[in-house]
Design a protein around this ligand. Sequence first.
Ligand SMILES: [Zn+2]
Length: 332
Amino acid sequence: MAEYKTKEILKEYERSREQAQKDYKERIDYINKSIPEIKEIDNKIRTLGLEMTKLVLDDTKDSNYIDLEIDRIKAEIEALKQQKAFILTENNFPLSFLKIHYQCDKCSDTGFLTTGKKCTCFKQKIIDSAYGISNLKDILRKENFSKFDINIFSDKEYEGEESSPKENMQKILATCEDFVENFNEDNGDNLLLFGPTGLGKTFLCNSMAKALLDKGYLVVYQTAFKIIDILANYKFHDRTSNSEEAYNLLFQSDLLIIDDLGTELNNTFANIEIFNILNNRLINGKKTIISTNLTPLQLKDIYSDRVTSRLFGNYKQQKFFGPDLRWERQRG
Ligand SMILES: [Zn+2]
């Protein structure tokens, strides 16, 4: 099963490379048809390139002469490239029009970096496939901070609270944006979002995940229930390499978002494993966001002191309150 997944992922890369090359060829054909000068310039560049190769291989000529000639040819090629760029923009084509457009610029849709290591996009695909998600980035496509409408929150005082739900959300929103903005800093930022459903916790988690995925970070975003499932599966059933990788990424991903903490099976195994993940990530300076419908008091009931002291001591607590906006439910 796991091997099958890797094969599938590699096939997916092959398809996207083929598509990128096909699109690229079509753009070239289109340009050659609409601007014949471009084709002429390309031919000239190719001829000069051949000339340069011949010179390098020619051992009958003086090396000073060869160096000078090579410099001359290089300058000529550079001038032709500039001319080409000029013609393109003059005809309203962006310069990127004649480049191959891969989905991932870092690995050119091969899944591997030049160092031989797996690219972030490959790891993200392994995460997504391990959790049965087709493409996290696609799912989160529509979620971002700019779509967050602060005005749906009431600006009237809320019983038992010192500020209105709106003022409260403004603070939380700022904290979340700050989290993304300074993600790269070693500032020990971790977030605990708690409060009833329907108040925007999921939307904010999605927005943060989306923003950081877009920046190329590796994000694991799962419910506590599914995370415990992955852990149990790895420890008791499936010790294949992909299962191991999915397990390791709970610890190594740049960001882990645990959704719905408290809804997983509550037993010693879960308790120990959750502690293990949170603790490991804290020690290694890896950031974590936790969202839960439970109050801190309820969390204390479920988890050992070891877990809750980690949570309350190292996480910025964001309390959501206000009338249910039925927001998350509406959005499905
Ligand atoms: Zn990549």
